[in-house]
Design a protein around this ligand. Structure first.
Ligand SMILES: Nc1nc2c(ncn2[C@@H]2O[C@H](COP(=O)(O)OP(=O)(O)OP(=O)(O)O)[C@@H](O)[C@H]2O)c(=O)[nH]1
Length: 377
């Protein structure tokens, strides 16, 4: 039962979309892969020319040149897509499928010419391994799994068709490439599976580490790093659909008093208590972030008037549920002050909005705390 649950949880995590910070790192990785692919594609153009210079047939040179030009065109398309600001969720899947299928296509061409060269060529076959390993740069274990399974399926189909199409055993033996046997083909399949498994594990670990860097250890809320990566996407969405976004900078009032009176550990519990209240009251589409000690940011996809009502509601909720430091101890009535800023009216970049919200937060503090300010006084 325990093992089954562990397997289920691991699979759920594996198939979950990576968090925002990882997706951002991954789209940078997609660009690196796209650049590498373009360089390799350019080098591929040299091969048919070298073949021609070495006395190869015109037909072979033309086929090689045609293939290399096609690969270059695709490489440029992937590069243009990876350079675009907008993140396409399907891009890493499509581009890694292209890499795997390009290796298969070259093996098919080789096999059509000479069966053993298609099945025993080590250099081209390593293209599969490269395609699988490079998916780690996309930072999404689902992409790695997809590329690995695709490589396995394509290679098994290719090897099965090639071996069964040989009219005599001699056709599977070559002086340059050796003999094609079920054993060596089986070893290749196992190697592909092992490479996929190891790359999935590396990518998965990377995802967890990056996820931790975007999560606050005490409360489990997203942190400042997460906000910095997430914010440009939120702004994109707001500008695309012409909606409004309000940012609230929330600060707990006189929090030092909690630490001074009941100690730092109780202070930590008080912070968790506040976060659980804010979380319970959160509405779909809102993002609560802990950006500092007792400072939080709340992103709301609504105009500033309704955002003020939301934050004021949270303020009242907090007042109604005092923090009890220990069983029987004197409860602390905690309160919050907040400053709001609206996007796009008051800016579209995070630092500008935070500055605006902070000015209003300071005003709320000056006016006696326990209040929410949405406009300049
Ligand atoms: N226990 C605990 N305390 C924290 C944490 N982060 C920040 N603090 C405390 O929060 C307090 C913040 O104090 P101040 O910046 O003076 O502000 P304040 O007492 O909340 O007063 P105002 O903001 O002016 O209302 C300090 O005592 C910090 O030690 C934390 O993670 N745990």
């Amino acid at each position: 039962m325990h093992l089954a649950r562990q397997i289920r949880d691991t699979l759920r995590l594996l198939f979950a979309q990576p968090d925002e910070v990882m997706l951002e790192v991954g789209s940078g990785g997609e660009l690196i892969v796209a650049r590498l692919r373009s360089v390799v594609a350019l080098l591929l153009l040299l091969l048919p020319l070298i073949n021609a210079a070495g006395g190869g047939s015109v037909r072979e040179t033309m086929i090689g040149l045609g293939g290399a030009v096609l690969v270059n065109v695709f490489a440029l398309v992937w590069l243009a897509l990876a350079r675009r600001q907008r993140r396409h969720r399907w891009l890493p899947f499509a581009s890694s499928a292209f890499d795997v299928t390009a290796a298969s296509a070259v093996l098919v061409v080789l096999a059509l010419n000479h069966l053993p060269s298609g099945l025993n060529s080590m250099v081209v076959w390593c293209g599969y391994l490269l395609a699988i390993v490079l998916t780690a740069l996309r930072g999404d274990a689902r992409v790695t799994l997809f590329a690995g399974v695709l490589a396995l399926v394509e290679y098994i189909v290719l090897a099965t068709i090639a071996i069964s199409s040989a009219s005599s055993p001699e056709q599977l033996i070559s002086a340059d490439y050796g003999a094609v046997t079920l054993g060596t083909q089986g070893q290749r399949v196992v190697l592909l599976a092992i490479t996929t498994l190891i790359t999935v594990m590396v990518t998965f670990r990377m995802q967890r580490v990056v996820e931790m860097s975007g999560t606050d250890g005490l409360t489990g809320l997203p942190n400042r790093v997460w906000l910095l990566h997430r914010f440009p996407r939120v702004i994109d969405a707001v500008q695309r659909d012409g909606s409004s976004l309000s940012l609230a900078l929330i600060d707990l009032d006189n929090f030092k008093r909690v630490n001074d009176e009941v100690g730092h550990r109780a202070g930590d519990r008080a912070l968790k208590h506040v976060v659980s209240i804010l979380r319970e009251a959160a509405e779909p589409g809102e993002n609560l972030v802990r950006i500092g000690g007792q400072e939080f940011v709340l992103l709301m996809r609504k105009p500033i008037g309704s955002a003020w009502e939301r934050v004021d509601f949270l303020r009242r909720q907090l007042l109604q549920r005092p923090f009890e430091p220990e069983r029987g101890g004197e409860p602390f009535r905690l309160s919050l002050s907040a400053g709001l800023a609206s996007c796009p009216q008051e800016g579209t970049d995070l630092s500008r909005l935070l500055r605006r919200a902070d000015q209003r937060l300071q005003e709320a503090k000056r006016e006696g705390r326990n209040r929410v300010v949405a406009r300049d006084g």
